[in-house]
Design a protein around this ligand. Structure first.
Ligand SMILES: CC(C)(COP(=O)(O)OP(=O)(O)OC[C@H]1O[C@@H](n2cnc3c(N)ncnc32)[C@H](O)[C@@H]1OP(=O)(O)O)[C@@H](O)C(=O)NCCC(=O)NCCS
Length: 200
């Protein structure tokens, strides 16, 4: 006889029973919510299009409502959106009217079909166009036109997205790389299963 078992309900809730007595109920949704970075970002006020992926929770700073992200955008980990500049905090003694606020505030817009590499920071007022790639660890200080690959600190033009696509197509994954990807996918699956077990 099973003395400890779980019963699944159509609502997605699970109840743990001990000797047929319900001990506790938990929501499967809780687990899903943990990784719902887009849902969380929308709750903060960020406008996000369709078919986007966030590798982890970006830092949307103090004005998430100033941030707009288009369709089919992949944000890697460690992305930081900065929508204001507080450097004037150090300058007030030089201002004619020290009480007047001179802070820069600016909206950030990311177009459609964009990839932003890990640990990138985007400064106030910048627009990243459609079909753009931003390389890892970049600091975006100005607008990036449609169809371009930018990287570096400060980010600068590297190539066009079309040329990058052709290059990637030519140097398609080797067998060794494919194996690495498969290993990583299997490891991720294990981690997820562990997390699920922990939350039960
Ligand atoms: C920008 C990027 C897409 C370019 O790819 P690529 O064309 O295959 O890269 P290459 O190694 O051929 O580099 C091309 C040039 O750009 C420079 N470069 C590439 N990535 C750069 C980066 N992140 N910052 C600064 N310069 C960079 C290289 O130094 C090289 O310059 P050179 O021609 O003067 O030697 C890639 O380097 C990158 O940053 N990808 C994102 C990685 C990432 O964030 N992964 C997380 C996944 S979720």
């Amino acid at each position: 006889m099973k003395i400890l078992y779980k019963k699944k309900f159509p609502t997605g809730k699970r109840t743990v029973y001990f000797l047929s007595v319900p001990i506790f109920t938990y929501s499967q949704k809780k687990m899903v919510n943990k990784f719902d970075f887009i849902g969380k970002a929308r709750q903060l006020g960020v406008r996000i299009g369709e078919d986007c992926q966030f590798t982890d929770m970006p830092n949307f700073g103090s004005e998430p409502i100033f941030i707009e992200i288009g369709n089919h955008v992949l944000l890697s980990f460690g992305i930081c959106f900065v929508t204001h500049d507080s450097s004037t905090y150090a300058c007030h003694s030089f201002f004619n009217d020290p009480k007047k606020v001179h802070n820069k505030l600016g909206k950030i817009k990311v177009g459609n079909d964009v990839f932003i590499g890990c640990n990138t920071t985007i400064l106030p007022g910048c627009t990243i166009g459609n079909k753009c790639v931003v390389g890892a660890c970049s600091l975006v200080t100005k607008d990036i036109p449609d169809g371009e690959v930018w990287a570096g600190n400060p980010a600068h033009f590297i190539t066009t997205t079309e040329k990058l696509a052709k290059k990637k197509e030519q140097n398609s994954q080797t067998e060794f790389q494919q194996k690495l990807f498969q290993e990583q996918a299997a490891f991720k699956q294990q981690l997820l299963e562990k997390e699920l077990k922990k939350s039960q």
